[in-house]
Write a protein that binds this ligand. Structure first.
Ligand code: SF4
Length: 199
């Protein structure tokens, strides 16, 4: 099983509680006006990696407490992410999953792959980016996006009290600068980080 990735960051502090690796998947059909990640809309193969390889890479990282699946639209690659998420959860990591689909749509789904991804998600950030509601609460680009704790594992963490509009800049040993987070006048998530890059 393979995942088409748009980017990867080995350590981020603004994409969920604590320090987390971030996997940005490639491909999103939702096309929210004002999306900051338009380069992740296309479903063309970008960095296609086997689930096992990605799991090993993540499990080899020091000092992370979890992984965030972002995009792009993670539920378009739900089956592979569910497998990855299960491996990582079994190893003690927590899973945050972003989606542009509203909470109700995800909750009512009968798609087995979507339900499998939800089953390994500890915290779901659900809803499309809406430019006229930008700069909302923590961990989101617009105020309509809902934080849904699907398990107790991340409940009560430093989420609700987090400042909105957090942005993080990471400089790799090679000098590449990656920006990620939720800028007030941007919208959601990140400039696509280099697959091989990161701190
Ligand atoms: S904001 Fe998210 S859900 Fe909306 S088009 Fe961009 S990547 Fe897709």
């Amino acid at each position: 099983m393979f995942i088409n990735c748009g980017g990867f960051m080995p350590g981020s502090c603004v994409n969920g509680p604590g320090r987390r690796a971030v996997v940005w998947v490639q491909g999103c059909p939702l096309r929210c006006p004002g999306c900051f990640n338009r380069d992740l809309w296309s479903f063309r193969p970008r960095h296609v990696v086997h689930v096992k390889e990605l799991a090993e890479r993540i499990l080899g990282l020091p000092d992370i407490e979890g992984v965030t699946f972002s995009g792009g639209e993670p539920f378009c690659q739900a089956r592979a992410l569910a497998i990855l998420g299960q491996v990582l959860q079994d190893a003690g990591l927590t899973i945050v999953t972003y989606s542009g689909y509203p909470r109700g749509t995800l909750a009512r789904t009968r798609r087995e792959s979507w339900r499998a991804l939800l089953a390994v998600t500890d915290l779901l950030v659900a809803g499309p980016f809406l430019a006229h509601k930008r700069s909302g609460g923590p961990l989101g680009g617009s105020s309509n996006q809902e934080l849904v704790f699907l398990t107790p594992r991340l409940a009560g963490r430093d989420v609700e009290g987090r400042a909105s509009e957090e942005v993080e800049f990471v400089i790799s040993p090679g000098g590449e600068v990656t920006a990620t987070g939720f800028p007030a006048r941007g919208c959601i998530l990140s400039r696509s980080p280099a697959w091989k890059g990161g701190a």
